[in-house]
Design a protein around this ligand. Sequence first.
Ligand SMILES: [Zn+2]
Length: 156
Amino acid sequence: MFCPSCGNDDLKVIDSRSQQDAIKRRRACISCGYRFTTFERIEKRYPMVRKKDGSLEKFILHKIRTGLENAFRKRKISGDAFELLIHEIDAEIASYTNPEIESSDIGTLILAKLSSMDQVAYVRFASVYCEVNSLDDFLALLSFGDNSMQTKHSER
Ligand SMILES: [Zn+2]
């Protein structure tokens, strides 16, 4: 890194603060005394998403946000709780160590969260994400929801 003022690379850190998602550093140029701020952040690397048809696509958080907005339409959820949910999903996918993730695994991850939050949102999201085409599919979906709830309870 070079001083933005004089181009010298002889810099010192005069202050360092940890923020929620970054480390903020105040730096000073030893040569000219110029002071500036840098931010250090964790680089997010998402796995590629393997779709049901076998093709790969980039992970786009916005798609999940849109899907969840639809699922929670007219449901009671605070903006904070919704953002936290998005943040958790984002963090879990970003921490995935494989270079690829199955789209169905993303769906399962999200459904596991929804099942303990809002059953209506859960069913809405599942019916879109899991391509429910018949009543049997739908019933299977509901029993999956019940099972995951029971597992949660029995873990306590
Ligand atoms: Zn300088």
